[in-house]
Design a protein around this ligand. Structure first.
Ligand code: SF4
Length: 376
């Protein structure tokens, strides 16, 4: 049973649900996911609801944000989505939810599916477009065309989602800065409420990593920098706030769920491979759908590994995440404004001080990881 220290019984306000199914596996993707294959999806949903039930009985919860990620949550059928969402509503305290996000891939939903999401409380859709260039969509092994992504975006708009986001990737093998500019411009023309731009990284145990190791692909932070800077210049010029290194939002559309992670708030994760962090306790569910289902059926939870974060772990993580945000890190966490490292960052125009916080400049954001290490 998950033990939450009595001194820390502040309710958990953020919930993540991992749906591991994808129609096709993208060769760069490092998340836990698989094609549905022979998985009994009804049994999987029953396990998710049972895990939620056990969590609600053992952890103080007052959920304010929900995030369905994966995998591809919108790959679940209409019937299975209804079953899952009804089950969670009956099991968890969701009356105070103010933001409910679904990650979605183009062409994995229709009007009726979006209607099910909306009537069960979803407020945001984050559409994994990645590129508007068919050549790169093929390279990324994506299952949609630019036209399909546009149709899905329009459909989601018509379905009345209060917040609609588009996810893009840059620094793709062979991508030119002009091709990236086209991707940004096409996205801006659609006027989404939120835009995420992710630098392609080469993850362990992926086909892209194998190709990288064979020398077919290369990574060069200096070559990637102009891509980041172009987005950081063009997107805010259209009224979006660059509130985290990879994220831009129109006023009122920043992700409250992700912001909670970056602030170090507690969160509960349900589903295979999902991570939970409640105060200083962190555990990861078994990253295997069959074993996850069997574990929940036997023990009511599927915790695979657990750790208690030390003060040092906690500070390191807080620093790295907070520095990625426009708010930055509280000066008191980095030794105050007179710390020589802070002074040096200010002199090099890599950071600035805003009242009580140290935040990175655009130039500093290119070096966020290095700066976080220097400030430790
Ligand atoms: S659709 Fe998303 S989760 Fe699924 S394999 Fe592709 S990148 Fe990974």
């Amino acid at each position: 049973m998950i033990q939450v220290p009595p001194a820390d019984r502040e309710p958990v306000r953020h919930l993540y649900v991992h749906i591991p199914f994808c129609h096709r596996i993208c060769p760069y993707c490092g998340f836990y996911k698989h094609t549905p294959g022979a998985t009994d999806r009804k049994r999987f949903i029953a396990a998710l609801v049972a895990e939620a039930h056990h969590a609600a009985a053992t952890i103080p919860l007052d959920i304010e944000t929900v995030f369905f990620g994966g995998g591809t949550p919108t790959l679940l059928s209409h019937t299975h989505l209804e079953l899952l969402l009804d089950g969670l509503h009956q099991t968890l305290p969701l009356s105070n939810v103010r933001e409910w996000t679904f990650e979605a891939n183009p062409k994995t939903f229709d009007r009726a599916k979006l209607e099910i999401l909306r009537t069960h409380g979803a407020t945001r859709l984050s559409l994994g477009v990645q590129s508007w260039n068919s050549q790169f969509l093929q390279l990324l092994g994506r299952d949609h065309t630019p036209e399909g992504a546009r149709e899905s975006f329009e459909l989601a708009r018509q379905s009345g989602f209060p917040s609609l986001g588009i996810d893009l990737m840059f620094a793709l093998p062979g991508q030119t800065i002009d091709q990236w500019r086209d991707d940004i411009d096409t996205t801006l023309d659609l006027q989404p409420d939120h835009i995420s731009t992710y630098n392609l990284t080469y993850e362990e145990d992926t086909e892209f990593m194998q190709r990288f190791e064979r020398g077919e692909f290369h990574q060069d932070p200096d070559a990637d920098a102009p891509f980041f800077l172009l987005a950081a210049e063009k997107i805010p010029a259209k009224g979006y706030h660059h509130y985290e290194i990879s994220n831009y939002a129109r006023p009122g559309h920043a992700s409250q769920h992700n912001s909670a992670y970056w602030k170090g708030s507690s969160y509960l994760g349900l589903g295979p491979s999902a991570v939970s962090t409640i105060h200083r306790q962190r555990w990861t569910n078994i990253p295997d759908t069959t074993r996850y289902i069997e574990a929940v059926e036997s023990f009511h939870h599927a915790r695979g590994s657990a750790e208690t974060l030390t003060d040092n772990d906690w500070r390191t993580e807080r620093l790295a995440l907070a520095l990625r945000t426009s708010q930055g890190i509280a000066l008191e966490m980095v030794g105050g404004p007179h710390n020589p490292t802070v002074q040096s960052l200010l002199e090099q125009n890599l950071a600035h001080i805003r009242q009580t916080h140290l935040a990175l400049t655009r130039k500093g954001r290119l070096l966020a990881d290095t700066i976080a290490t220097e400030l430790l």
